[in-house]
Write a protein that binds this ligand. Structure first.
Ligand code: KIV
Length: 290
């Protein structure tokens, strides 16, 4: 089995191999995305929008993040797992931030944490890093500041570019090992990527970043009502899920499911490949096969 992707390995990929990060919220998706080759699984607070159905990420709690981190850690063996620090789990003080980051590592099992913010978060990043917890920063469009930004709006346009550049410089100086650049012009992302010595991971930030991240529900086509410009859908699993459910509904209604092969018999016939013995465990092995 391949070795776990680590923070030093990710840093070493700066300017070389692109880093691929995808969000994950549960064990099954974690396993699927890892088998697909993702280097990093981000247990994002986007869980609040795509799983919990909120309009923003703001309602997500630290306990909920820990729950999802544990599930993702159970499903992945190789990928580096990043736990997102939810709104108000770090903004009020570096002391609160280190306690929250510690819980994500200790209880959630993640290898590093991510938090949003630039220069104003430098002290907080320094404090967490000093405790031995690697920090991925996140600048540009920071969804936890949705109200301050007046919506999920592209940042760093025109004169505002300098502010985002300063934020990126500040998080690197504070010890972040990588930085997510979200929702900024491609030219600015290129400038930041060229200047910083840590990897940049883009989302809605053009092709020049050292890596890319997408929300797994977006890339798989599970968010039918959302079509942001920066997302490419690699499948349409929502439509395929609807079609599969329709087949199940019609087979239950017309009586063709369950068929004989889905039914336990009182006296078992000899087991075949398609019909395992009645004595086999109903759900197979408890652990995920490796
Ligand atoms: O929560 C999340 O999914 C994120 C990514 C969009 C980077 O922070």
């Amino acid at each position: 089995m391949a070795a776990r992707v680590t923070v030093p390995l990710l840093r070493a990929r700066k300017g070389r191999d692109k880093i691929v990060m995808v969000t994950a919220y549960d064990a099954t998706f974690a396993r699927m995305l890892e088998e697909g080759g993702a280097d990093v699984l981000l247990v994002g607070d986007s869980v609040g929008m795509v799983v919990q159905g909120h309009d923003t990420t703001l309602p997500v709690t630290l306990d909920e993040m820990i729950y999802h981190c544990r599930a993702v850690c159970r499903g992945a063996r190789i990928a580096h797992i990043v736990g997102d620090m939810p709104f108000m789990s770090y903004q009020t003080s570096p002391q609160l931030a280190i306690e929250s980051a510690g819980r994500l590592v200790k209880e959630g099992g993640v290898g590093s944490v991510k938090l949003e913010g630039g220069a104003e978060m430098a002290e907080t990043i320094r404090t967490i890093v000093r405790a031995g917890i690697p920090v991925m920063a996140h600048v540009g469009l920071t969804p936890q500041s949705v109200h301050a930004m007046g919506g999920f709006k592209v940042q760093g346009k025109g004169a505002d570019a300098e502010r985002v550049l300063e934020d990126a410089r500040a998080v690197e100086a504070a010890g972040a090992y990588a930085v997510v650049l979200e929702g900024i012009p491609g030219e600015l992302a290129e400038r930041i990527t060229d200047e910083l010595t840590i990897p940049t991971i883009g989302i809605g930030a053009g092709p020049s970043c050292d890596g890319q991240v997408l929300v797994c529900y977006d890339l798989l086509g599970l968010t039918p009502d959302l079509r942001p410009k920066f997302v490419k859908r690699y499948d349409d699993l929502f439509a395929r899920g609807v079609a599969a459910t329709q087949s199940f509904v019609s087979e239950v209604r017309d009586g063709s499911f369950p068929a004989r092969e889905h039914t336990f018999a009182a006296r078992a016939p000899a087991a075949t490949a398609s019909e395992p013995s009645n004595d086999a465990p109903v759900y197979g092995s408890v652990a995920l096969p490796r």
